[in-house]
Structures are given as C-alpha cells and as structure tokens.
Design a protein around this ligand. Structure first.
Ligand code: MF3
Ligand code: CO
Ligand code: CO
Length: 283
C-alpha cells in the first residue's frame, strides 16, 4: 500500500511514504535545480581532451562556493567528492581523479546543489572531443529515454508507466536498461521515496499525484545491463565493459503533467551531442 504525506507537516526522514509538496517547495526546487543546471551549462566548456576529472571536481566545488551553496554528494555516506564523473563503461558514481580525459571519451557529470535545503539533482553526458558514432548514438538514445520517461509523467498514471516507456524505447534501439540503480524522490532529502525504476510495466507501482517531486535518471548500456561495483565501494561499471550513458532531470508532478526543474537555461541539455527533438527516422 502507498502512503502519501503532506510534505510541510512531516519530519525530514525517509519513511517510505511519498511526500506531496506545495507551491513553496516547487519554488525552492526551481532555484536549486536552476543553479545545478547553470553549473552543468558552464561545464560544457571545461570538458576537453587532457582535462582531469579532479579539475571538474575543483570547478564544481568553486562554483558551489561562489554561489553560497553546498554540494550534496560531498561526504554523503562517505562519498569523498563534490561531483560524480562516470567515464565510458562507468555506469555511475565515478570518483574524480587525476587521470586526463582523452579524445572520444564520454563522461557523465552528476551535480546536486542544495539551496535553502532543497536538492537540485541533474546529470548530463559530455563528449570529449570527437566521438565515435556508437558513443554519440548511445548518448542520443539515453537522452531520448529520459524524454519518453518524462512524457509518461502525469497525475493518475503510475510510476511503472515511466519504466515501461523507457525500457520499451531503449530496447527498441538494441540498448539495455541498468536495473541496479533508479531515480528517486527528491526535495529536502537527497534520496527519498518513491524509487523510480527505469524498467517495468504500465500500471505498476504507486499512482502519480500532483505535488510529487522526483528524479528520472536512466542508465543505458550498449551491451548487457549487468553492473559490478569496484573496490572503492562506489564506482559502478558494466560487467561486459561496454559503454554506458546517463542523463538525469529533477521534476515535479503538476495537474497537467510535469514541470522539469533542471532544464538547461542555455539550451545545453545534451552538450556537444547533435540531438534532434523528433525521433530520427530509422533507415
Ligand atoms: N547524484 C546521484 C543521484 O542521481 C547520487 C550520487 S550519491 C554519491 O542520485 F554519493 F555518489 F555522490
Ligand atoms: Co538522482
Ligand atoms: Co544525480
């Protein structure tokens, strides 16, 4: 059974109940998410061959400082950095280090800033120089997977509608959906109920109601969906070492559908990727 809570009147703790937020929460999320989106926009110029992921971490830490905010990932359950940087076959939670990026790499940068207690959680793929066709196609398919998930968000529908839309589309492109990580409720808590699975069936899971706030963040692989965690306890990689990509938006359910809080103010939702809004005709 699903329980829904009026967010304002209840303590900040993940009890498994789904919070329903009001207009002030939506305004707070807009502010946090737009700050995150501005940082992700600025990173488009930083990510070039030769740059290290530690430089990206330094940039995000400085951006937080300059904007009187904090990164939610720093010291989160022992995570040591201000950002996650996941390169090529790394699925998520890659830890910045001093290894330079090289031409043809794809790197996911996942930023979460906290503004007045609200968490703005979003990630994008960044191409390093010129990509091979397979890598660019994976990024396109992954952002389109996120968009079909977003289109499935409407009150009266179910969380499973999102998963089915993503899985059906991604698999039709001969890609696979990672099962081991999911989207999540977000707000005053970084990770809250409900889990947003990126696979599943229409009609399954909790009903969506106006005022719910959560992320959708599909991880899509060129090969098989299975992942393993490296010895650092964080870095998730594809078991078959094939490429993996991810994009993430934070959004709120409205009466009509949803409001995406983390859209890029600079038109850089898919930086460096030649992305057409309409599905490309298949030859
Ligand atoms: N930002 C990630 C998410 O989308 C979570 C990162 S947690 C960390 O949910 F500890 F790895 F940083
Ligand atoms: Co998230
Ligand atoms: Co994130």
């Amino acid at each position: 059974m699903t329980t829904y809570l009026e967010a304002e009147a209840n303590p900040i703790r993940n009890t498994g109940a789904i919070r329903i937020y009001g207009p002030e929460a939506f305004a707070g999320m807009r502010r946090a998410c737009q700050l995150t989106a501005r940082c992700l926009d600025a990173l488009a110029e930083i990510v070039v061959p030769g740059v290290t992921t530690q430089t990206i971490d330094d940039f995000v830490a400085q951006f937080a400082l300059d904007n009187d905010t904090v990164s939610a990932t720093l010291n989160y359950r022992g995570y040591p950095k201000s950002v996650c940087t996941s390169i090529n076959h790394v699925v998520c939670h890659g830890i910045p280090n001093d290894k330079p990026l090289k031409e043809g790499d794809i790197v996911n940068i996942d930023v979460t800033f906290v503004v007045d207690g609200w968490h703005g959680d979003s990630s994008r793929m960044y191409p390093v120089g010129k990509l091979k066709r397979a890598a660019e196609r994976l990024c396109e398919v992954t952002y389109r997977s996120l968009l079909v998930g977003i289109e499935a968000v409407k009150p009266g529908g179910h969380i499973g509608d999102i998963g089915e839309a993503i899985q059906t589309y991604a698999e039709s492109e001969r890609c696979s959906v990672v099962r081991d990580f999911c989207g999540h409720g977000v707000g005053k808590l970084f990770h809250d109920a409900p889990n947003i699975l990126h696979y599943g069936r229409r009609g399954e899971g909790p009903e969506m109601k106006p005022g719910m706030i959560f992320t959708i963040e599909p991880m899509i692989n060129l090969g098989r969906p299975h992942v393993k965690i490296l010895n650092d306890g964080w870095t998730a990689v594809t078991r078959d070492r094939t490429l993996s990509a991810q994009y993430e938006h934070s959004l709120g359910v409205t009466e009509e559908g949803c409001e995406v809080f983390t859209f890029s103010p600079g038109g850089l939702d898919t930086p460096g990727i030649d992305f057409q809004r309409e599905p490309a005709a298949t030859a």
